[in-house]
Design a protein around this ligand. Sequence first.
Ligand code: FAD
Ligand code: FES
Ligand code: MG
Length: 303
Amino acid sequence: MFKILKKEDLSEQITLFDIEAGDIARKAKPGNFFILRTHEQGERIPLTIADFDADRGTITTVFQKVGKTTHHMGTLNKGDFITDVIGPLGNHSHIENFGRVICVGGGVGIAPVYPIAKALKETGNTVTSIIGARTKSILFWEEKMRNVSDDLIITTDDGSSGAKAVVTVPLEDILRNDKVDLVIAIGPAIMMKFVCKTTEKYRVKTIVSLNSIMIDGTGMCGGCRVEIGGETKYTCVDGPEFNGHEVDFDLLMNRLQAYIPEENIAMNQTEEKVEVKYNEINKRRKKSKAQSADEGAASPCAG
Ligand code: FAD
Ligand code: FES
Ligand code: MG
């Protein structure tokens, strides 16, 4: 059992926990993640280690309430316990003095970019950070990011804080005018895709941290598979960081949406009703598979 030592709502949808997890805190490095299960019947979900304190034996996580498990986490309080926490998982970020680095964090992606920006700054890089969100009320950690950056640029879609723009606008301004050695981008898949499209034009190496659906987190289930440079890789053991210019983002985005009907049901229904709905969905899937097999057999191109 892992105790929640601190809870802070960073915005209406985004919450921070400090969790007592000494063994993980002592081994964690920027870029690692962990998997938790809130209770015995709970699903396993991966979250990034947004900060860690080896002396206090704590890890910090920042999560966005998007579905059943993260909403359930939002109901937990300081002093409550999380049943299982395993980690640190994944490869840690490669930190060295690259020179001029731009760290881009979008939405809840600001949290995982923070420890990387901090480590890069401590290693002597010149760090420009660009953080963006839809609107001011869901932006967080401006001061924390400022403290680990030489420059901080803020963007919001509606202009309620910083520039009214998406993160790629200031990014392209910098790339057009200055020499940049590395870009690191963490956020929604669509944001990372467009960051990579932008940096590709200027041939600047770009690292992204992928958020594919995970189950075991140890390379055994295949759930987190992604395509990198035409090869299958597993985000949990080969990543989560990859060369962004090699990522098949469209495949990633498709796979992220694979269970939306089930996730919606889980969010809206009681456990018992979920079971009934799952059976319905499985029946529908079997029926449509059988139909497409029939159609395939009837087609002149079949086989
Ligand atoms: P659901 O309604 O079940 O799912 C909402 C969406 O989240 C889904 O459509 C799917 O795209 C994604 N998702 C669902 N289940 C999983 C799963 N088992 N694994 C991965 N994605 C899933 N989110 C944060 O808010 N903060 C973080 O620091 C963070 N770090 C992550 C690090 C990694 C390496 C990965 C892979 C994901 C990370 N995520 C993070 C995403 C987080 O795991 C999902 O938002 C969470 O699992 C959603 O669960 P849910 O039950 O609340 O929502
Ligand atoms: Fe199972 Fe990566 S989560 S292989
Ligand atoms: Mg879920």
